[in-house]
Design a protein around this ligand. Sequence first.
Ligand code: FEO
Ligand code: CA
Ligand code: CA
Length: 663
Amino acid sequence: MQGSDGRSAVGAAMPCDAAMPRDIEDIGSNPVPVDPIRQVLGRRLARRAALRGLIGATFAGVAAQSWAQGVNAGVRGAGASTLGFRGLPHGTGPGEAVAEGHEVQVVIRWGDPVLPGAPAFDPANQTAAAQAMQFGYNNDYLDFFPLPKGGEGEHGLLVVNHEYTNPELMFAGLGDARAARLGTSAAQVATEMMAHGASVVEIRREGERWAPVAGSALNRRITAETPIRVSGPAAGHERLRTSADPTGALVRGTLNNCAGGNTPWGTVLIAEENFNYYFGGPGVETGAQAASYKRYGLVRDAQFPWGRHVPRFDVASEPNEPNRFGWVVEFDPYDPESIPVKRTALGRFKHEGCTHAVSADGRVVIYMGDDERFDYVYRFVTARPFDREDPARNRDLLDEGTLSVARFGDDGTVTWLPLVHGEGPLTEANGFHSQGDVVIEARRAADLLGATPMDRPEDVQANPVNGRVYVMLTNNGSRTATRTDKANPRANNIHGHVIEIVPPRARGGVDHAAPTARWETFLMAGRPGSDPGASYHRAVGADSGWLSCPDNCAFDSKGRIWIATDGAPAAADVADGLYAADTEGEGRALTRRFYAAPTGAEVCGPLIGPGDRTVFLAIQHPGEERGSTYDKPSTRWPDYAEGMPPRPSIIAIIRKDGGTVGS
Ligand code: FEO
Ligand code: CA
Ligand code: CA
């Protein structure tokens, strides 16, 4: 969330930090001091930002009708942009809105059947067995794998992460968010566990309508109980062994899967983010691993106190169970029987996403953000090039390679610092006895190497057209003027910013594996003209196009960026949404608002569909606001039916005339 003026922050749950209430606000757990670079200017900015925080909330005072009129009166951006749609005006509204000429379709909702034989959704009679066969909660990452494999048509497998649950909106009679998390029964927790993980759903566009293919044998649910193999340097490590798994190599489930990515060999990567929220009890504060638990944000009173019903989430019972989460999980979406794998070589932290680029020499580079205030940007470079001819040879490519963390120099240089056991400070003297120790405590290793603490790195993604890597920095209301640097230049950075990493060119392409790169600023979010430092294309005005809290991104085939936001503070007076902009040329950073989310929701998983004819979005936690409950939700999106709670859902946005979106 954004600090004292967080919009949905005041509300209910939770881990997509924008929406966290004060009681569980993620304040960052990195104690590393940063050299002060800015003094006078930074302090002045901080003072002004603090004053701005007093403005207070002006939430959703607009009636539906006037909101629609506002949309129709939308703003046509300056002619410099290659985008052809009129941006939505700045503002909030009670429901969703999309740029004119486009249509929103709901593809699949929480509770809809996924596996063959799954029961229809019955919110008043939920069971873990039913949920295990149905679409999970709080959809985040989205990906699309064509059918047939390698095809280019509008038929394929939609892969969706289910990050976390809002029990106050899932179940009747539990009260507000905190009360609900403390009051869930064993059966309800079991249902929540089945609502986590991921879904694979066969979908198809028939005419102008996207819909699931009912009962597809390719559909799959992965949950908090699915067996998952561990590979890489931490596999079998003594700190991964538990009473249920003395091998330390077979974990039950995956948790808090936020964003993700894919590989050039056709597998998907789903990233475990705020895994700390599930582990608690007095064991967190004692024992040999207490400092490590603290660095990863574990607390005695877990945000999701599942340990009341499931012993493995009580740290005193299973001190190593938390070490089995916080990883990137790879699986083959085309094979519903395949066993997912936690790839520990990619490090353990609060992974937002894990996107890939193929470097000029054929090695695969995975870019990753650790979504926490003052945490880091990482990359992993495979030891060998991937094999285009023989996909089977790539099966374990992510087990060998070099994990590095970024230092963003004030001179515009990015230096990638390798996390390699035995090198620099990563030695026995500092408690690192193996590469397994280094990846299990990747955050501490990165601290010792002198990485640059960032303003909540979320998606880090290469633009396939211009080769630049875009880093979404959501916000950091805790950065003070004495902790600013050039890459994180604003104190009290409540709106966030986007920076570009520019790797060097090499024969055959972009050298994503080079030891250094340059970095530049793409945009500084906030309202131009009044938020200190806000900076975009000059044609972005105070009334349109400006954004707050960039979180996830995608690129269309022209290399234009689509930015989803999460957690715009009340002072921004804007619903979370999706924005598009050119990355090159006259229209660079001329952001336009394409979609506005329903109340309480954030927008995740932007995915540009085949032929640029669809934008898929994951609408997460609709109705997650203070006082909003199952019994009295702030919205019943998307069904708007009495008795039906709000339902996190995947939407497809198409152009009504069948053309390419945004053109
Ligand atoms: Fe699911 Fe870091 O947001
Ligand atoms: Ca987020
Ligand atoms: Ca996110």
